[in-house]
Design a protein around this ligand. Structure first.
Ligand code: KG4
Ligand code: ZN
Length: 341
């Protein structure tokens, strides 16, 4: 068997293909973002996302193979992310992978997107990082796991309403900041005071390993538009007010994210924390979670920002499946459904 595989990721709005070798070195990782297509809607429009994947998937795969210096014939396997995600988006990646696997007679491997977000930490570390607590904090999920081994991820808890990234995106929209909201809020917050506006920290003191961001989002909406029926007139949305609201929201969200990581570490007794997903690119979250881990002598493995947002290299997890002989059949289907939490 050769020593490189092709991984394809199209679960949401990034069309991505990567070539990864058996030692988990990333030889190429091409990501075609669709941000410009969804920006004016303030969020991902599934139909637009699927159509854009259809247009981009072949050039993205070609570029990934070409820049890694390999052809289809050289591959040990073809991996595709099959769950969870947008059904139309997932289908484009899986159909491309199945077609190539059938034509080139290569084994097919199915990869779970959330597990891949955690595996990005393993890819970046270049060594074994299990067991650990794992935290996927992205646009679609805020999930904590007990990661027993590289392919055994036991759910500990998750969000009961909005995911953290979704809250960043919606709050950015309320503040008139560009999509995707996470990076815009982080940037606007640099000029703001995180203590300017008192916002709730939902579930901070709850014994449940769960998140809720919808109340925080609504509290911010009331700060911007006033409480309905109260007659209160909110301060004008000046650039400074936007910066203060962005900083206050970011501080509240990060406080909860960090506290729940602490709680999961305490409950499991693990001394290592893996964090992946788009929101893990947030600079304030990164520095606060690092400080918490320092204090509790916990090893922190944060995926680098380039491996936090959706990309195919994190599906290097496929090598674990290859090693265990876990191949998918050409009849396999996508599983868009949300996680088992
Ligand atoms: O992991 P990802 O690319 O896609 C999903 O699987 O959802 O995450 C995208 C999410 C978006 O909600 C985006 O606003 C958020 O990650 N994000 C950030 C930052 N960069 C991306 N959130 C906070 N701060 C950031 N710097
Ligand atoms: Zn993701």
């Amino acid at each position: 068997m050769s020593d490189v595989l092709l991984a394809i990721e199209t679960s949401c709005d990034e069309t991505s293909a990567a070539v990864i070798d058996r030692s988990l070195t990333i030889l190429s990782n091409v990501v075609a973002s669709q941000n410009e297509l969804h920006e004016r809607f303030g969020g991902v429009v599934p139909e637009i996302a699927s159509r854009a994947h259809v247009r981009r998937i072949v050039p993205v795969i070609d570029e990934a193979l070409e820049s890694a210096g390999f052809g289809m014939a050289d591959l040990a396997a073809i991996a595709a992310v099959t769950e969870p995600g947008l059904v139309g988006s997932l289908l484009v990646g899986l159909t491309a992978a199945k077609t190539l696997a059938a034509v080139w007679e290569k084994p097919l491997v199915a990869v779970n997107h959330l597990e891949a977000h955690l595996y990005a930490c393993r890819m970046a570390a270049g060594r074994d990082v299990f067991p650990a607590v794992g935290f996927v904090v992205s646009g679609g999920h805020s999930n904590l796991y007990d990661c027993v081994g590289p392919s055994e991820f036991r759910p500990l808890g998750g969000t009961i309403d909005d995911a953290a990234g979704e809250a960043f995106d919606k709050v950015a929209q309320i503040l008139g900041l560009p999509y995707p909201g996470g990076p815009s809020i982080q940037k606007a917050a640099e000029d703001g005071d995180p203590k300017a506006v008192a916002l709730p920290r939902p579930m901070l003191n709850s014994s449940r390993l769960a998140f809720s961001f919808s109340g925080l989002k609504t509290a911010l909406l009331y700060e911007v538009r006033g409480i309905p029926g109260s007659g209160s007139v909110p301060p004008p949305l000046t650039p400074q007010r936007v910066a203060d609201l962005a900083a206050s929201f970011q501080a509240a969200a990060v406080d909860v994210l960090v506290a729940k990581c602490r709680q999961a570490l305490k409950e499991t007794g693990r001394k290592r924390l893996l964090i992946g997903g788009g929101v893990a690119a947030n600079a304030v979250f990164r520095s606060q979670v690092a400080a918490t881990c320092d204090r509790s002598q916990t090893e922190l493995v944060l995926a680098p920002p380039s491996l936090c947002t959706d990309n195919a290299a994190m599906a290097g997890l496929a090598w674990e499946h290859v090693a265990a002989g876990r191949f998918a059949s050409l009849e396999c289907d996508v599983m868009p459904g949300l996680v088992r939490i």
